[in-house]
Design a protein around this ligand. Structure first.
Ligand SMILES: Nc1ncnc2c1ncn2[C@@H]1O[C@H](COP(=O)(O)OP(=O)(O)OP(=O)(O)O)[C@@H](O)[C@H]1O
Ligand SMILES: [Mg+2]
Length: 362
């Protein structure tokens, strides 16, 4: 998957901009605050309709403007035009100028894999951050995943509301709760199986990439879930056993909404024992594995964005990592230090210099 052209209107510090990209490396360089992240963010927003920099959509609109627009021509088997228009009151998406009513019908079409400095928290952050990431990743390769997850979350809300009503009124019957629990386990199983399959696939690849980056293998992911070794009867009993606790807390304490992934190095949890550098490299190996799984399933690579990957890394590591990227992957690299990139890679790349929201192509 490649983005050929990009057009921006009032996106962050880009008032009006139109550029064409290379199918392989695109290096975006410029000073701090010039608009490098904004540029790759616009590609991410075009694909996923939301930024990776959290917060609300309206921050994407240039100050003092009412609307912003990102348009891109994306080549896969066919070439399609994607468009997202963001106003303070909401957003609209279009494919080939036809409005797509449901964002979920739009989102899995253009795929991106992103690395940005915030990812360094990925291993250390709370489990919800890792769940959110794998949800996004699996939904890009499995169409029914997002639907199952949304249904699960709706059911979970209903169950939690019902638990609260049972807490207020001790005479509330548990029949309805049993129905909800049953459904929650069935949907949870589907999500569990998708996650397990995905983590198994990651495990087939991640050690190999880690070894190429650091010369040490044995990096593994461990999937932590209440649903491990799934057995419905045993789970039903566990839910029954935790009913009193659930009623007091007014929430469901068991289920795939508590799942987590541990990064393990031999038998050590990298979160507790790994150095900063080992953690960063583990995340890079994870992203590389993610790209390969995507390719296995979709027979095409996603667009890869490496935002500010290089700060703190030495020249050797930077070029080592870049050399691991398959040349068939369209890659966007932002950096303030273009001189750290080896000349053989620069020669294969299209260079964009950014100055205060203005792009100059070299
Ligand atoms: N909605 C907006 N309207 C106008 N300007 C904005 C908006 N949002 C952000 N900016 C400006 O964009 C600039 C930051 O751009 P960006 O984050 O892309 O920088 P960068 O080149 O990635 O810098 P660094 O090297 O520090 O990561 C800031 O100057 C900021 O004021
Ligand atoms: Mg930046």
């Amino acid at each position: 998957m490649k983005i050929q052209h990009l057009r921006l209107l009032n996106f962050r510090n880009y008032e009006k901009m139109e550029i064409s990209f290379s199918d392989s490396y695109n290096i975006i360089y410029g000073n701090n605050g010039s608009g490098k992240t904004n540029l790759v963010e616009s590609i991410y927003v075009l694909a996923l309709t939301k930024s990776f920099r959290g917060s609300v959509d309206k921050v994407l609109i240039m100050n003092n403007k009412d609307v912003c627009r990102v348009e891109g021509t994306i080549a896969e088997k066919y070439t399609n035009d994607y468009k997202i228009i963001i106003k303070d009151g909401g957003k609209k998406v279009k494919i080939n100028n036809t409005k797509v009513d449901k964002l979920s019908d739009y989102i899995s079409k253009v795929s991106v894999v992103l690395f940005n400095p915030d990812d360094l928290r990925f291993i250390k952050d709370s489990p919800s951050v890792r769940r959110k990431a794998i949800n996004l990743e699996i939904s890009q390769i499995n169409n029914s995943y997002l639907k199952n997850l949304n249904n699960y979350n709706k059911l979970l809300k209903q169950r939690n509301t019902y638990l609260k009503s049972m807490n207020i009124n001790a005479n509330t019957s548990s029949d309805y709760l049993d129905i909800l629990t049953n459904k929650l386990i069935d949907l949870g199983e589907k999500i569990y199986l998708s996650r397990k399959k995905y983590i198994d696939l990651l495990n087939d690849k991640i050690g190999e990439f880690y070894k190429k980056i650091c010369d040490i293998s044995d990096l593994k992911l461990e999937y932590i879930s209440d649903f491990n070794n799934f057995d419905k009867q045993k789970l039903l009993k566990k839910y029954k056993d935790s009913l009193n606790r659930d009623i007091i807390l007014g929430k469901t304490t068991l289920g795939i909404h508590h799942d987590d992934i541990k990064f393990k190095f031999l038998d050590f949890n990298i979160k507790d024992y790994g150095s900063e550098g080992q953690q960063k490299n583990a995340i890079i190996a994870y992203k590389m594995a993610e790209l390969e799984i995507f390719y296995q399933i979709r027979k095409d690579y996603p667009i890869l964005i490496l935002d500010d990957l290089f700060s703190e890394l030495d020249r050797f590591k930077i070029n080592n990592i870049l050399s691991l990227i398959n040349e068939n992957i369209q890659t966007f690299i932002t950096t303030t230090e273009i001189d750290k990139i080896n000349s053989d890679i620069l020669q294969k790349s299209k260079l964009f210099e950014i100055n205060d929201g203005v792009v100059r192509e070299d």
